[in-house]
Design a protein around this ligand. Structure first.
Ligand code: HEM
Length: 176
């Protein structure tokens, strides 16, 4: 398979949104998966700007979609547009829900449900992996392998984190 060296602005924005999203996932996944990172300064900085990064990921993804819509000459207000990419639309809805509730007011109002809602961020990992490999199938550019490698790494990190959390819970229950 040949790799295209030209990258359209829409694709570049898809890449940037993905990058910002991955940065929001890194702190907690790295701290639990690899405790040596617990006190790392870059983790503390990523945690500090996590909300802003999430909002940025949503806004950039929105422009990615608008540019795709313009390129394909389809109507943004026609539901058919979103069937171009069901998994992309699902990811965008998740990004929107997270962006709109990334504030202290929502944390207070939604209480326990806020945590539940924000767990959706992990569902988006799988939707986005599907999105990239499906939409770019047969016409990869220089960004596509980088995106797929990053997504595979973040999925592995997420699974490691879930395994550690499951073990902790199992031993705590066994102690009771
Ligand atoms: C959170 C939302 C989304 C993110 C983060 C995202 C990200 C991406 C990324 C990273 C790529 C691959 C770029 C490359 O390797 O060059 C891509 C491709 C694509 N996306 Fe999205 N996307 C999102 C939502 C959507 C939605 C809602 C649609 C359509 C309604 C869409 C349509 C497409 C299409 C058609 C392509 C392939 C472009 C091509 O053929 O070159 N995306 N997206």
């Amino acid at each position: 398979m040949s790799i295209d060296s030209s990258i359209s602005p829409a694709n570049f924005l898809g890449f940037l949104s993905l990058l910002a999203y991955i940065l929001t996932l890194l702190p907690s996944s790295l701290r639990i998966g690899f405790p040596v990172f617990k006190k790392a300064k870059f983790i503390a900085n990523l945690l500090k700007y996590r909300r802003q990064l999430g909002i940025l990921a949503f806004l950039v993804a929105l422009v990615h979609v608008v540019l795709i819509v313009i390129k394909r000459n389809v109507d943004l207000f026609d539901l058919q547009t979103y069937s171009i990419s069901v998994e992309g639309t699902a990811s965008l809805i998740i990004f929107a829900l997270l962006a709109f509730t990334s504030n202290d007011w929502s944390v207070k109002k939604l209480k326990k449900n806020w945590r539940r809602l924000h767990q959706l961020t992990y569902t988006a990992i799988f939707f986005l992996f599907w999105h990239i490999q499906e939409k770019m199938s047969g016409h990869w550019n220089l960004l596509t392998p980088v995106e797929l490698i990053c997504m595979t790494a973040i999925i592995a990190l997420f699974l490691k984190r879930r395994w550690i959390e499951y073990q902790k819970q199992y031993y705590q229950q066994a102690k009771k």
